[in-house]
Ligand binder design. Structure first.
Ligand SMILES: [Zn+2]
Length: 88
């Protein structure tokens, strides 16, 4: 008798914290919220950029480019979060 333990690879289906889509979710390391693949990539990139901006600012370096990139990604996340699935 062999027991198949799938507990480690179980899929987590739920609503994405950003866009609200019901899909397979990804848990980011250290994050409480769960996101779909698309959003998790953006959220991960944004938080990485924020860390880099902090580091650059502390080091007295120009973080303007990083800030611009971070703003762009944040806007994309917000846009997705605000787009209602109503058609119009
Ligand atoms: Zn999403």
């Amino acid at each position: 008798m062999s027991l198949n333990s799938d507990e480690d690879s179980r899929e987590s289906i739920g609503h994405c914290s950003v866009c609200g889509h019901l899909t397979e979710l990804v848990a980011l390391l250290g994050a409480v919220e769960m996101y779909c693949f698309e959003c998790s990539a953006d959220v991960a990139t944004a938080s990485l950029l924020i860390t880099e901006i902090d580091a650059a600012t502390l080091a007295g370096r120009d973080a303007e480019e990083l800030v611009a990139e971070c703003t762009e990604i944040s806007n994309r996340i917000l846009e997705r979060a605000q787009s209602p699935e109503l058609g119009f």
